[in-house]
Ligand binder design. Structure first.
Ligand SMILES: *[C@@H]1O[C@H](CO)[C@@H](O)[C@H](O)[C@H]1NC(C)=O
Ligand SMILES: *[C@@H]1O[C@H](CO)[C@@H](O)[C@H](O)[C@H]1NC(C)=O
Ligand SMILES: *[C@@H]1O[C@H](CO)[C@@H](O)[C@H](O)[C@H]1NC(C)=O
Ligand SMILES: *[C@@H]1O[C@H](CO)[C@@H](O)[C@H](O)[C@H]1NC(C)=O
Ligand SMILES: *[C@@H]1O[C@H](CO)[C@@H](O)[C@H](O)[C@H]1NC(C)=O
Ligand SMILES: *[C@@H]1O[C@H](CO)[C@@H](O)[C@H](O)[C@H]1NC(C)=O
Ligand SMILES: *[C@@H]1O[C@H](CO)[C@@H](O)[C@H](O)[C@H]1NC(C)=O
Ligand SMILES: *[C@@H]1O[C@H](CO)[C@@H](O)[C@H](O)[C@H]1NC(C)=O
Ligand SMILES: *[C@@H]1O[C@H](CO)[C@@H](O)[C@H](O)[C@H]1NC(C)=O
Ligand SMILES: *[C@@H]1O[C@H](CO)[C@@H](O)[C@H](O)[C@H]1NC(C)=O
Ligand SMILES: *[C@@H]1O[C@H](CO)[C@@H](O)[C@H](O)[C@H]1NC(C)=O
Length: 231
């Protein structure tokens, strides 16, 4: 039964086909593996190694050990991409949000009868790109000069993916109250990064209780906190 169990386990692995996900920070380097075990120690001179994205566009090609651009899709031609011979990994430098997706490595062996496909990485690698939002910052609107009407804005910039939630926490001596207002989002049409903000306007308080407010931004189940702001 032990053998059957391990067969079922291997089958489950194959059927799941779940792509291994790689998370890379925006503008850093993504390492895309090939997972080729060169058991016969074949020289790169006899191989054609290339990576494709999920649209089957060629990202990079190493033809008999030399970079070849003929088949590379134009959108990758002016990108900084390099091959690591040590561990057969593709280095996609200065990663962009639009690089998110699946990548697959292929190896063809150049034999006497021409090119023979000898390796296809499966499942493909799923690349996720993230960018840390800046620490949220509370600013008081210039229109807040009157004591009876104040307007606070909290903003955070240059992050990805979209945050789930943004709110203010007003803390007095005895209580903490949550204020949620509509999150304003703007997305840069080139980098695809988001800037977000919330505003909260209120009539001034009439007592002299010491109050402090913080702003909270939650992205992918992680929350960032502003410095406390005394009001
Ligand atoms: C990305 O990193 C490069 C250095 O590798 C830097 O010059 C450039 O300003 C960065 N771009 C962005 C959008 O952060
Ligand atoms: C693989 O081949 C290269 C030369 O082609 C040789 O220098 C190296 O020692 C070989 N490695 C193994 C593990 O056989
Ligand atoms: C490519 O990116 C790497 C890592 O950021 C850097 O060291 C290298 O100089 C870059 N090469 C080119 C041609 O820009
Ligand atoms: C490949 O090697 C480089 C350094 O030589 C390392 O930074 C990178 O993480 C390695 N990649 C894998 C998938 O092991
Ligand atoms: C992004 O934020 C995480 C969690 O705070 C931190 O571990 C990581 O180093 C940050 N990365 C960059 C590139 O700022
Ligand atoms: C200040 O806020 C009040 C109340 O909403 C508004 O009527 C007024 O136009 C604002 N003034 C400026 C300069 O934004
Ligand atoms: C509060 O300030 C923000 C940013 O300056 C502004 O967009 C918003 O309209 C203001 N709200 C009110 C009610 O004055
Ligand atoms: C906070 O609670 C204490 C003890 O219950 C009370 O004496 C104090 O008045 C409360 N402060 C405010 C602002 O409600
Ligand atoms: C996001 O904020 C930065 C810094 O304030 C600004 O340069 C950029 O234009 C903003 N982007 C968008 C899409 O609003
Ligand atoms: C980005 O958006 C701005 C303003 O909406 C527009 O003027 C510009 O042409 C856009 N750029 C691209 C590359 O779409
Ligand atoms: C309000 O209380 C905080 C600590 O809870 C303190 O740091 C701050 O100085 C106080 N502000 C005033 C005006 O008393």
């Amino acid at each position: 039964t032990m053998g059957l169990k391990s067969i079922l386990f291997v089958m489950a692995l194959l059927l799941s086909g779940a792509a291994a996900a790689i998370k890379t920070y925006f503008n850093e380097t993504a390492y895309l593996p090939c997972q080729f075990i060169n058991s016969q120690n074949i020289s790169l001179d006899e191989l054609v190694v290339f990576w494709q994205n999920q649209e089957k566009l060629v990202v990079y090609e190493l033809y008999q050990g030399k970079e070849k651009f003929d088949n590379v899709d134009p959108k990758y031609k002016n990108r900084n991409i390099s091959f690591d011979e040590e561990n057969w990994t593709l280095r996609l430098h200065n990663v962009e949000i639009k690089d998110q997706g699946d990548y697959q490595c292929f190896i063809h062996h150049k034999g006497p009868k021409g090119l023979v496909p000898s390796h296809k990485m499966f499942p493909p690698t799923k690349l996720l790109v993230i960018a840390n939002f800046s620490q949220p910052e509370i600013m008081e609107g210039s229109n807040s000069s009157s004591k009876s009407y104040r307007n606070l804005t909290c903003s955070s910039i240059q992050g990805y993916p979209q945050p789930e939630e943004m709110y203010f926490l007003l803390t007095t001596e005895n209580s903490t109250i949550k204020y949620s207002t509509t999150m304003q989002k703007s997305q840069d049409n080139i980098t695809e990064l988001y800037n977000v903000s919330i505003s909260w306007s209120y009539s001034g308080f009439h007592d002299t209780t010491n109050r402090s407010i913080i702003c909270v931004l939650c992205v992918s189940e992680m929350c960032l906190f502003s410095k406390p702001y005394d009001i």
